[in-house]
Design a protein around this ligand. Structure first.
Ligand code: TSX
Ligand code: MN
Length: 583
């Protein structure tokens, strides 16, 4: 049955450790998926919806998001994990995890999910296997990546990334299961990049359990990429076509709550312009023989934040989840469909909330959890770019960084060169919204939007970015955007959403040297002729605000100590000097 020697050996080990009642090698077939979904309905985890082949799951209220405090990078040297990660010794942590996993699947089935991230047959794809005792994880993984027979066959006898997951709730003989088993006290999300292992215990939610996504495709892959010469980034990928039919690809990374999925499926307001989606969350980057940077989307689905997604903000996302989708922690309507805050202007008169309680517009609590999710197949996106399936990926003309800032940072600018662009990525920060814990409006640094996802020392990661610039390579242009500037009355100045195409148009034309710009200490800015409305506010460079910005960055960068590259310290010093000379 199982041909791969590494796999059969590992499975024997894991069976002995976890002591499941049954083992199920996942094939990925439609019939198998139907059976698993029915099993989840029968067990009370899933509610079948009236939309075709779609289901609602509501989690234990103590298991609703990633747990950064319980996420570990375990590599031999502590300094190689950096101040951006929780560190533990890999051998000690493996012993601890073995203790947790001992007998943890009693009374349950062990599902074995072979999977492939990236197009099957691409040299840039990577293979893995996840073992889990959660059928919910299996059916989510079937949407988010390619699972089952085909990846198993493609794997041949190669080694692969080993992912082990358990909800951490063994069942005694005859004990009835709960609808969302989890073990919050013992939750651990553990990465061992040197030995290509992921161990996740205690949570059934999102990135904690669907290990292909944040754990593998970002944390482990960022480490693997550095040792193999490629990069794993927290980026969307889009293709932009101008009215003349010319097409360019861009990748963009933003911290959470900046509308990354919305930009990935943008509906342009400028006539003749088109935006197509290659991916909305993760990009694996490599260099082509032509010296250009190429990107693949290693995922096969969207795992998007549901609240706020509407026909106004993102009609293509709504179309993508019209069928064959899973919803987690949203509300159930009386008609057997789903609803969440922001989906429609008028809320329904009555709902069952994600907590299973009656809900009306008068209720004090929200009907959906702020981190509620949809899991939807990428193939259902009406603006999916057909280059998504290309084995070499798409060539990037530009990389866009950004953040949510009510002041200081202009709506768009272009880095003067790769080094300044890398500095912009390292200097990324965003004001926190209600979704995150901590004070609303407080600034959070999030370099390259990778703070929770970089599988090694962030200072070394900055250095790896700088190293990308080599004489035989054609470097993509780097931009930095901020859609969230506010005026003195607290009103957004930039219209955002579909009108962001005007910023994308400027970037598209900058790449071809067809758009004007003025050189400043913070990069190239568009001219007033290009953006006459509110130009002074959209492109202000207030020396007092930038002085504060630079001081904040000095403090932030200091934590990386010796790992902080000199070139980025120089960029910051140069910026500081030019601001002080303006004052
Ligand atoms: O996703 C957003 N984008 C990118 C769209 C392609 N959002 C939502 C962020 C939360 C996830 C935005 N919010 C954007 C944006 O460009 N801009 C804003 C701020 C904003 C909000 C409302 C209006 C304008 C700007 N307009 C009115 O309220 C009429
Ligand atoms: Mn993400």
């Amino acid at each position: 049955m199982v041909q791969n020697e590494h796999l059969s050996k590992w499975l024997e080990e894991m069976k002995a450790l976890c002591e499941p009642d049954a083992v199920h090698i996942v094939t990925g077939s439609e019939e198998e998926n139907k059976e698993l979904c029915q099993k989840l309905v029968d067990g009370g985890t899933f509610t079948r919806l009236k939309r075709e082949n779609s289901f609602l799951a509501c989690s234990n209220p103590e298991d609703v998001a990633r747990v950064e405090g319980r996420t570990f990078i375990c590599i031999k040297e502590e300094k190689d994990a950096g101040p951006n990660n929780n560190w533990a010794d890999p051998d000690e942590m493996r012993e601890k995890m073995r203790g947790f996993f001992k007998g943890c699947m009693r009374g349950r089935t062990m599902y074995v999910i072979p999977f492939c991230m990236g197009p099957l047959g691409s040299p840039w794809s990577r293979m893995a296997v996840e073992i889990t005792d959660s059928a919910y994880v299996v059916v989510n993984m079937r949407i988010m990546t390619q699972i089952g027979d085909k990846p198993l066959e493609a794997m041949g006898n190669q080694d692969f990334v080993k992912c082990v997951h358990s909800v951490g709730v063994p069942l005694e003989q005859g004990q009835k299961d709960v609808s969302w088993p989890c073990n919050p006290e013992k939750t651990h999300i553990v990465h061992m990049p040197e030995t290509r292992e992921i161990w996740s215990f205690g949570s059934g939610y999102g990135g904690n359990a669907i290990l292909n996504k944040k754990c593998f495709a970002l944390r482990l892959a960022s480490f693997m990429g550095r040792s193999e010469g490629w990069m794993a980034e927290h980026m969307l990928i889009i293709g932009i076509t101008n009215p003349e039919g010319e097409k360019k690809y861009f990748a963009a990374s933003f911290p959470s709550a900046c509308g990354k999925t919305n930009l990935a499926m943008l509906q342009p307001t400028l006539p003749g312009w088109k935006v197509e989606c290659v991916g909305d969350d993760i990009a694996w980057l490599h260099w082509g023989k032509d010296g250009r940077m190429y990107a693949i989307n290693p995922e096969a689905g969207f795992f998007g934040v549901a609240p706020g997604t509407s026909d106004e903000t993102n009609p293509h996302a709504l179309a993508s989840l019209a069928k064959n989708s899973i919803f987690t922690n949203v509300a159930l309507t009386d008609e057997g469909d789903i609803w969440w805050e922001g989906m429609t202007k008028e809320p329904p008169k009555h709902l069952i909330s994600w907590k299973g309680k009656d809900w009306t517009p008068e209720s004090e609590e929200k009907s959906s959890h702020p981190n509620a999710r949809f899991t939807a197949p990428l193939s259902q996106c009406p603006v999916l770019d057909k280059a998504y399936y290309e084995l070499e990926g798409v060539p990037l003309s530009g990389i866009i960084f950004g953040g949510r800032r009510s002041d200081t940072v202009p709506v768009m600018r272009e880095a003067l060169n790769w080094q300044q662009g890398t500095f912009m990525g390292a200097a990324m920060s965003s004001e926190m919204t209600a979704a995150a814990k901590g004070t609303v409006g407080k600034l959070r640094h999030d370099p390259f939007a990778m703070l929770p996802f970089c599988g090694y020392n962030m200072g070394d990661y900055f250095a790896y970015w700088l190293q990308q610039e080599q004489p035989d390579r054609k470097m993509p242009a780097i931009f930095y955007v901020n859609w969230f500037l506010k005026d003195e009355n607290g009103k957004f100045i930039w219209p955002g959403f579909g009108d962001n195409i005007r910023a994308l148009k400027w970037m598209f034309e900058r790449v071809d040297n067809k758009a004007d710009a003025i050189e400043t200490e913070i990069g190239f800015l568009p001219t007033k002729e290009t953006f006459p409305e509110h130009y002074e506010q959209l492109f202000a460079r207030d020396p007092d605000l930038w002085k504060k910005e630079v001081e904040g960055l000095e403090e932030y960068f200091a934590q990386f100590g010796d790992a902080m590259p000199e070139k980025l310290k120089e960029e910051l010093a140069t910026l500081k000097q030019s601001i002080f000379s303006k004052k």
